[in-house]
Design a protein around this ligand. Structure first.
Ligand code: ZN
Length: 411
């Protein structure tokens, strides 16, 4: 079976090569070029990491960390000073973590950079987060749901009451899915939609959004209690982290609202049992929970340099196990100008949608275990994350390695 590459990959940006090979650089020119290229390849973060003898410049693109190059410590001093000037930070502060902002105007689009400077034993570590807000809310149908998964999800939403969870690890696109869902429900403005979030990441027109404020005790649980008194039709709770929030979310799903939330769990079945671990009664869960959507983000193969590959035995075996037949075709990409030699461009979701139907309710009443339920679902052809990912690889949207890189359960 192909295994994910453990070594760090390099992001080769020809315009930056001269800066890395020479000892002394023009920091303004260097940063302008770096920021331009980072925005172009849609990097989410840039890291300036001091080591004993040099400074490593790395960037994250579509969730993967790449090395860009290294600077001498002397030139780093100049670069660090320039970043602090741009972010309006105190150049003499050496102890505290500093946070600042830089707004770049890229062809009329404002790109917001959040700068954090922290001191490590080797010197100043600078992390720059690149925010491109316009990409957050995408149409629900463009996120990557398969036809069947999308139909099941829309069915759940059309019930207009009950609890629906979107689950997965940090950074798997849960917020994007919920924002797209809220936008879909908000079409025609027929519902009173309210949210409690930590933080509010994007302002949605026609939606009443509240933010958690820990200092004043306005937690998810408190916020949810407050907004339930305001007779909403749809409620979004940013995250269920504790029993109190879980209790209120489950109960409010029983009283005529559609409640959407997220939970940190590996997959849909795992999420179901996290709720039971929080001592939620099975009969309450059975009456309130409509379904669970588990997801991951995978990188989309570059459409300009992708080519079909010969199918190996490992891939054939993997497909046989997860899909029940060998793959018809698979693809690879070697990188080109269009994808900055990465072989991938952009990301999409892979999903598994667990509909809580009478069969699952009965299994839960009979105290089915997590392992038994998962195995039973897979035996009956449940579209797991792995299966959805592999079918997307076969459809030429990504690669098998990329699907496996997202450390999916392979049983
Ligand atoms: Zn390409």
């Amino acid at each position: 079976m192909p295994t994910p590459a453990a070594r760090i990959q390099t992001l080769n940006i020809p315009d930056l090569t001269p800066f890395f090979s020479s000892g002394i650089i023009d920091p303004i020119k260097f940063l302008n070029t770096l920021f331009d290229e980072a925005v172009k390849v849609r990097a989410s973060d840039i890291f300036f990491e001091p080591t004993k003898n040099s400074l490593l410049v790395r960037a994250k693109v579509d969730g993967v960390l790449y090395e860009i190059g290294s600077l001498t410590l002397d030139s780093y001093q100049q670069v660090a000073s320039r970043i602090k000037v741009m972010a309006e930070l105190d150049p003499s502060e050496k102890r505290k973590v500093q946070e600042g902002k830089i707004n770049l105007d890229k062809d009329g689009v404002i790109v917001n950079l959040r700068v954090e400077v922290a001191n490590t034993i080797n010197g100043e570590l600078i992390v720059i987060r690149i925010h491109e807000k316009k990409t957050i809310v995408m149409p629900l149908e463009e996120l990557g749901f398969s036809q069947v998964a999308y139909k099941n999800y829309l069915n759940m939403l059309s019930q207009r009451s009950g609890l629906i969870l979107v689950v997965g690890p940090t950074g798997c696109g849960k917020t994007t899915t919920l924002y797209s869902t809220i936008s879909k429900l908000n079409e025609g403005s027929v519902f009173n939609i309210m949210t409690i979030e930590d933080p509010v990441e994007f302002a949605l027109d026609g939606v009443n959004q509240m933010q958690v404020q820990k200092e004043t005790g306005f937690t998810f649980a408190q916020g949810l209690k407050t907004l339930l008194r305001l007779s909403p039709d749809v409620v979004l709770v940013g995250e269920i982290r504790d029993k109190e929030t879980a209790d209120i979310a489950v109960e409010s799903g029983l009283t005529g609202q559609l409640v959407l939330s997220t939970l940190h769990a590996e997959d849909s079945v795992g999420a179901l049992f996290r709720l039971l671990d929080l001592d939620i009664e099975t009969y309450l869960l059975n009456s309130s929970l409509m379904g669970i959507v588990a997801q991951r983000l995978i990188r989309k193969i570059c459409t300009s340099c992708k080519e079909s590959v010969t199918i190996g035995k490992d891939e054939a075996d993997l497909f046989q196990k997860a899909v029940g037949r060998p793959p018809r075709q698979l693809f690879t990409s070697k990188g080109c100008e269009y994808c900055a030699s990465l072989g991938f461009k952009g990301r999409m979701g892979i999903y598994e949608v667990l509909v809580i139907n009478s069969k699952i309710r009965e299994l839960l009443r009979n105290q089915v275990t997590e392992t038994d339920l998962r195995e039973k679902l897979i035996r009956e052809g449940y579209d797991t994350l792995l299966r959805d990912g592999l079918l997307k690889a076969e459809a030429g949207l990504t690669t098998v390695d990329e699907v496996l890189r997202n450390s999916l359960r392979i049983s």
